[in-house]
Design a protein around this ligand. Sequence first.
Ligand code: NAP
Length: 252
Amino acid sequence: MADKVLVVTGGSRGIGAATCLLAAKRGYQLVVNYTANAAAADAVCAEIRAMGGEAVAVKGDVANPADVDAIFAAADGLGTLVGLVNNAGIVDKAARLDEMSIERLERMMRVNVIGSILCAQAAIRRMSTRHGGKGGGIVNLSSAASKLGSPAYYVDYAASKGAIDTLTVGLALELAGEGIRVNGVRPGIIDTEIHASGGEPDRVAKMSPNLPLGRAGTAEEVAEAVLWLLSDAASYTTGTTLAVTGGRAIQP
Ligand code: NAP
């Protein structure tokens, strides 16, 4: 059985896919979760196997408790869970708050907030020394939006990521004596397909010249931060959210 299993939600594309590939290079065995794009998840798994690693793709919506059970059952099938990357996340079209439907708001909070909490619960039940586990690490994907608030853009998304920041602090303290470190990564403008899904495929090109480092970040640059926080090199780091924003939104 594998001894270093990592669940990455939304591991099929973007930051999640880059995290899976880097994690495999660092010796983790991967559960590559996705919700719709099986071909992308299979491609990530194939690349991991081609480098001699182990990976399984698991379809599931993190906002659905039964799907979360299936994701973690797949992890149990692989071996010992040592980490969770709460990466699955969604945006929606730019809008003012007073224009947002209840359906949009519920979906935003269910996927970005409740989904991360459900996955954290499943990981804690396996990794916490309180439950007979051997400890581990959780990394939650926040966003620069949690600091900027994203006015007239997507305040709902920004608020969901603010909740993630608070989850990271509270959970880190709740689990500090149980062998689990909990940290966050706060990406800025990263070149992935999420911007197209929010109706703005040209967002990266539009924003890049105005960013402090003069360009958008890559998914691989975010993955490096995630893997550092999971690693023993970060053994005294818990409850922090690391900005990977190229200098954007770094004021406390
Ligand atoms: P992305 O390219 O849009 O990829 C999203 C991933 O999440 C895909 O693998 C998708 O699966 C999966 N997913 C979506 N909804 C899901 C659900 N309900 N259950 C399970 N998986 C789901 O996104 P990204 O840009 O890599 O973003 C990853 C994380 O970083 C998100 O939490 C996002 O908020 C955060 N972030 C991104 C940026 C940025 O500029 N890119 C900035 C700040 C924060 P399918 O392939 O099956 O659709």
